[in-house]
Design a protein around this ligand. Structure first.
Ligand code: ADP
Ligand code: MG
Length: 237
């Protein structure tokens, strides 16, 4: 029996600005199982990032429910939200969100710093994850010295270091050329094959085509939620 890592029911969210209110998520219901690889597609403005922010406990919702690994996620203080994020979720963003004045190993080690892990231990682990992403020789370089693909691999290493159950990726290839995008997608697939659920927001068909399941958003509702017929699993290595 597989278990839901994400269970969302009748989820609503509006942005309120003074007298104006914009209803963005209009009753979404979906389940994502542990270890699944899913893309969330939709045109610009359809609410993809809003949904991902709610799933990542970076923002609140107004109505409905969200369970993360069976835990009800309701309005909670930032300390508690941060604890759940640390325990369950790795984030990957289009713009990498690296700290420009910290080198690669420090960027990767940062989540462990917040968990109170000793410097020696977090640096050793960060080097191990950098190695897995093929960035060992870049450990002491600043993000500005890395290519776009290397920056995203660095961000993936940072997302993995706290051993999350799921990665939430918002347009992870949005700032990359097509060859580099393919490499980053291969890496995300490999990560998924280690049992970590992967939720990838994208507006690109070529990216969604590489996930096993595609959820399409349109005007704040789920237009379709289908197993991708073209999906091919990686050969076992
Ligand atoms: P997508 O990621 O699919 O492009 P978003 O979730 O970013 O869409 O945005 C959905 C809608 O909500 C858009 O109309 C956007 O302008 C609006 N929006 C997003 N964030 C905010 C915010 N913080 N305040 C007000 N409106 C917002
Ligand atoms: Mg977006």
């Amino acid at each position: 029996m597989s278990k839901s890592i994400i269970r969302v029911e009748a989820l609503h969210k509006s942005y309120v600005n003074g007298k104006n209110s914009l209803h963005v998520l209009k009753g979404l219901t979906m389940n994502i199982q542990e270890g699944e690889m899913v893309s969330i597609m939709g045109s610009s403005g359809s609410g993809k990032s809003t949904l991902l922010n709610v799933l990542g406990i970076l923002d609140n919702y107004d109505a409905g429910s969200y369970h993360l690994d069976g835990i009800p996620i309701t309005r909670m203080n930032e300390t508690k939200a941060a604890r759940y994020r640390n325990q369950y979720i790795g984030f990957v963003f289009q713009s990498f969100n690296l700290i420009s004045f910290k080198n690669a190993v420090e960027n990767v080690a940062l989540p462990l710093y917040y968990q109170g892990v000793s410097r020696k231990k977090r640096n050793d682990l960060a080097l191990e994850y950098l190695g897995r992403m093929g960035l060992r020789e870049w450990a002491h370089h600043l993000p500005s010295e890395l290519s776009g693909g290397q920056k995203q691999r660095l961000a993936i290493a940072r997302a993995l270091i706290s051993k999350p159950k799921m990665i939430l990726a918002d347009e992870p290839t949005g700032a990359l050329d097509s060859q580099t995008s393919r490499e980053v997608m291969e890496l995300l697939k490999e990560v998924n094959q280690t049992g970590i659920a992967m939720v990838i927001v994208t507006h690109e068909n070529e990216i969604a085509a590489q996930t096993r399941r595609i959820i399409r958003l349109r005007d704040g509702i789920i237009e379709s939620d289908e197993v991708n017929a073209d999906f091919q699993t990686l050969p076992n290595t």
